[in-house]
Design a protein around this ligand. Structure first.
Ligand code: AMP
Length: 181
C-alpha cells in the first residue's frame, strides 16, 4: 500500500518548516501543523491503517516523543497495544537501555524489559515522525530486538534522505518512510 501523490501532497503541505530551531542551521520539521489539520491527520492515519492492517502486528512501539502520537493513534486503529521507547530516566519499571551518539555527545533510550508482556516473537512495528542520521531509530530498534520481540518494520513519516539514516536502520529491520525529502 503506497501513498498516492495527492495524499503525499496533503501531508507534506501540512508540515511546517521552522528555520534555525533548535539551533542555527537546522530546519525543524514541525508536525504540530499536521496534527491540528484534521484532513491531513486523517489522510495519514487512513494510509497507515490500510498499510498495516494486514501485517498481523501485536504492538506498535513509538519513539519519544512524537512517535508516541502517531504510534498510539495507529495502535488504537489496529486494536493492538502501544509501547513507549523513552529518553533515559522516564520509565518507572525495570528497563534496558541503549546509548547512541549525537552530533556532540551521547543520549540514551530505554524500554521496559516486560514491555511486550514477555511474549517472545511479538510482532512489533516501531514508529517515529522523522529519521535524520538514524542514531535514535537504530538504538530504539536494538531495544525492541533485545526484548526478544520480532521487529517487523520501522516506519517514519519523513526521511531526510541526504543523511542516509535509513541504510543504518535497514541493517536491523525493513524501513518504510512515507515522505522522502
Ligand atoms: P536522528 O537520530 O539523527 O535520526 O534524529 C531523529 C530524531 O530527532 C527524531 O526523533 C526526530 O523527531 C528528531 N529530529 C531530528 N532532526 C529533525 C528535524 N530536522 N526536524 C524535526 N525533528 C528532527
Amino acid at each position: 500500500m503506497i501513498l498516492n501523490e495527492e495524499e503525499k501532497k496533503v501531508i507534506l503541505d501540512s508540515i511546517r518548516d521552522v528555520n534555525d530551531f533548535p539551533k542555527p542551521g537546522i530546519v525543524f520539521k514541525d508536525i504540530t501543523t499536521l496534527l491540528n489539520n484534521k484532513e491531513a491527520f486523517q489522510v495519514l492515519m487512513n494510509h497507515l491503517e490500510s498499510r498495516y492492517k494486514s501485517y498481523n502486528l501485536d504492538y506498535i512501539a513509538g519513539i519519544d516523543s512524537r512517535g508516541f502520537i502517531f504510534g498510539a493513534a495507529l495502535a488504537d486503529r489496529l486494536g493492538i497495544g502501544f509501547v513507549p521507547v523513552r529518553k533515559k530516566g522516564k520509565l518507572p519499571g525495570t528497563t534496558i537501555c541503549e546509548k547512541y551518539e549525537l552530533e556532540y555527545g551521547f543520549d540514551e533510550v530505554e524500554i521496559h524489559i516486560d514491555a511486550f508482556n514477555n511474549q517472545i516473537g511479538a510482532r512489533v512495528l516501531l514508529m517515529d515522525d522523522l529519521i535524520a542520521t538514524g542514531g535514535t531509530a537504530v538504538a530504539a530498534s536494538r531495544l525492541v530486538v533485545d526484548t526478544n520481540a520480532n521487529l517487523i518494520e520501522v516506519c517514519f513519516l519523513l526521511n531526510l534522505e541526504f543523511l542516509n539514516g535509513v541504510k543504518r536502520v535497514e541493517e536491523i529491520a525493513p524501513v518504510y518512510s512515507l515522505l522522502n525529502i
